[in-house]
Ligand binder design. Structure first.
Ligand code: GEK
Length: 244
């Protein structure tokens, strides 16, 4: 049930392209889709484990917000060395949460994991030493992002870390177009056709809202993080470490 199939969601011409949804069809191909679409995804997931090893504190909570199939949750779970920790993983897609539960059940690490079906904007963050927003903030309405990050900063213990990974846009139009083009080359190199790239792009318009690195940096500082900077970037995809 949890085997991932090849992503063919946008392979055939669609008469009308609806807004992208994290439904059953997407959940069933998600590991293949994200690996072939996001440059560096597997490295980021692996390094979330390395960061968990360093930052997760004794008797604290870790949050995976917009967990999809729980890749970041599993990476944290397998690397936490401190006693008394638990992970709370949240997603508002029922299809994702169901498949995620199966994957968690098949993993036998010690750290308890609680999966929650719900909006990450409503999660009470408490006693946290690590929070992960791995390509999820980009789906939250722009006007709500600052409040969400402030909620995370307030719930983190001193020295706690937020890992924020996002698709980016750039102020310099030439650079922006180059990054988009290189990203499309990456996708085509991974077997996606021009039709698939273009139909997915249309489906994500007004659903995935990317911002500049500068916007992310300034908002994180305003939300209460003291140290903020990029630790990974490939083309228009980056991951930031923000420390309270
Ligand atoms: C990974 N982090 O593999 N509340 C809860 N979940 C949401 C919301 C919301 N308001 N909006 C979107 N989602 C994962 C990958 S994918 C990224 C994250 C991508 C969920 C949505 O259902 C989906 O599962 C996830 O955020 C985004 O490390 O597909 O580009």
């Amino acid at each position: 049930m949890t085997n991932s199939k090849t992503d063919k969601v946008f392979a055939s011409p669609l008469a009308e392209i609806a807004g992208f949804k994290f439904d059953q069809r997407v959940a069933s191909v998600f590991p293949d889709m994200i690996k072939r679409s996001v440059p560096g995804y597997e490295s980021i997931i692996a390094m979330i484990g390395t960061l968990a090893e360093r930052y997760v504190q004794t008797d604290s909570r870790c949050y995976d917000l917009g967990c999809s199939l729980g890749a970041a949750t599993l990476s944290m779970r397998q690397h936490i060395t401190q006693p008394g920790c638990e992970i709370i993983a949240v997603d508002n897609s029922q299809a994702m949460i169901e498949r995620c539960q199966q994957l968690i059940d098949n993993d036998h690490s010690d750290v308890p994991v609680t999966l929650q079906l719900g909006n990450i904007q409503d999660v009470a963050i408490e006693n946290a030493s690590m929070a992960v927003l791995n390509f999820t903030l980009q789906f939250i309405p722009v006007a709500d992002r600052e409040a969400m990050l402030a909620n995370i900063a307030n719930g983190l213990k001193p020295g706690g870390v937020l890992v924020l990974s996002e698709k980016l846009v750039f102020d310099d139009q030439t650079h922006d177009e180059l990054m988009i083009d290189l990203h499309h080359s990456f996708k085509k190199g991974n077997g996606y056709s021009d039709l698939e790239v273009s139909q997915k792009r249309t489906a994500l318009e007004n659903v995935l809202l990317p911002e500049t690195l500068q916007t992310h940096r300034q908002r994180l500082k305003k939300a209460g993080f003291s140290s903020v900077d990029v630790w990974f970037q490939c083309f228009n995809f980056a991951s930031i470490i923000a420390i309270k």
